[in-house]
Design a protein around this ligand. Structure first.
Ligand SMILES: *Cc1c(COP(=O)(O)O)cnc(C)c1O
Length: 409
């Protein structure tokens, strides 16, 4: 008899985006011809820039020629990309990395989801609330969390609420935790942390032998020069932190697939009896066993992000998204809403008006303005009463959506 991994039965149904689609479909069926504008899903909408397209075309040509054809690449990624990453993303802020510390992959979703495999099942996990669901669900599948309560909180996870009251900055937990997931700039709140705050986390992890899993997928959207782009800008972070980055939002790679994870050689975790083990070696072993490398064509495209042309062109795309964010912020502020984020992140997080629940506001916005956003409660109970709007839309659609917003209250 084949039995299943019953931890999967503890997962709460993937409810948020299917439920949004269901409600949008129902509305469209009753209101044919009405143009619905989506500021809902966090997916790139601008096409790949020419520098990337040219590099990928050349890579395809390489694959079409028996002299330059490539089969399996290194599981850790090609040196040409690893070197470009270190030189452009880390060295300028004074961070030195060895090539062995950068692992190229096909996505930060997979990496943030897979990383928990190399840690013991008895670790206490800490996550923010609201949170990117991947961190929680992969720990549920592994059996680290226990059952969910009626709020959707799992018994063995430590939740760190992030609300307007604490400026969307998680407090250091009072109880012992071993593995801490942090995402800054944050999806969904658009919040960021200063170096001082990040230093507190690094110090906490160092004194508790904990590990920080730092998701920096949105670092390219930071506009304030005082905000750190990498956790390794903090002294001592290499001893306690893994950092995840992605080309998805930075270069429009959501459909191309390329990302990377930094696992410093200095980072250690521990056996039950206190022996130190290099986490880098475990991740390398895990990747070599279960992953055969990201596509050569994707990696060639990603390397073009770091050319002079690529940098300039990708920056223009990010500027388009961030101009959208500014339009959303300013329009909603003028309309009297409480608005957060959208300055160093492509997400605007707003309080729902008049104490409406996140879903009630979703329905009202869909009905009255034909605009779709994401209910904050879908990211965790502390997101109730909030609503997420993304800046990943066409500028004209954003402007029109904001005009329609005026009709909502
Ligand atoms: C979009 C996103 C990613 C990137 O995922 P990919 O698999 O690289 O496309 C990672 N983390 C967060 C929080 C995200 O929103």
């Amino acid at each position: 008899m084949a039995t299943i991994n019953e931890n999967f039965l503890k997962l709460k149904a993937g409810y948020l985006f299917p439920e949004i689609s269901r409600r949008v479909r129902a509305f469209s069926a009753e209101n044919t011809g009405k143009k619905i504008i989506s500021l809902g899903i966090g997916d790139a909408t601008q096409p790949l820039v020419p520098a990337i397209v040219e590099a990928m075309k050349k890579a395809v040509a390489d694959m079409a020629d028996k002299v330059t054809f490539r089969g399996y690449g290194p599981e850790q990624g090609y040196d040409f990309l690893i070197e470009a990453v270190i030189k452009n993303d880390f060295n300028p802020s004074g961070i030195d990395l060895n090539r062995s510390e950068v692992f190229i992959s096909d996505g930060a979703k997979c990496d943030t989801g897979n990383i928990q495999e190399i840690f013991g099942l008895n670790n206490i996990i800490a996550v923010t609330d609201p949170v990117y669901p991947v961190y929680v669900d992969t720990n549920v599948m592994a059996g680290r969390t226990g059952q969910a309560d009626k709020n959707g909180h799992y018994g063995k996870i430590v939740y760190m609420p992030c609300t307007a009251e604490n400026n969307f900055t998680p407090d250091i937990p009072a109880q012992k935790v071993d593995i801490i997931y942090l995402c800054f700039p944050n999806n969904p709140t658009g919040g960021v942390v200063t170096k001082e705050v990040l230093k507190k986390w690094v110090d906490f992890a160092r004194s508790n032998k904990a590990v920080i899993l730092f998701d920096a997928a949105y670092e390219a959207f930071i506009t304030d020069p005082a905000i750190p782009h990498s956790i390794y800008e903090i002294d001592g972070a290499k001893e306690v932190a893994i950092e995840f980055r992605s080309f998805s939002k930075t270069a429009g790679f959501t459909g191309v697939r390329c990302a990377f994870t930094v696992v410093p050689e200095q980072l250690q975790a521990w056996t039950q009896d206190g022996g130190a083990v290099k986490v880098n070696s475990l991740w390398n072993r895990r990747q070599c066993t279960k992953f055969n490398g990201a596509s050569y064509i994707s990696q060639a495209g990603a390397a073009a992000v770091y050319t002079a042309e690529g940098k300039k062109q990708c920056r223009q795309i990010i500027d388009i998204y961030m101009a959208n964010a500014a339009v959303i912020r300013e329009s909603l502020t003028k309309l009297g809403y409480d608005v957060y984020g959208g300055v160093n992140a492509p997400y605007v997080w707003m309080k729902t008006p008049a104490g409406l629940s996140s879903w009630d506001f979703f329905d009202r916005l869909l009905q009255k303005a034909n605009v779709v956003g994401t209910p904050g409660s879908g990211f965790g109970p502390a997101g109730e009463g909030y609503f997420r709007l993304t800046a990943f839309a066409k500028p004209d659609d954003v402007k029109e959506a904001m005009q329609r917003f005026a009709a909502v209250r």
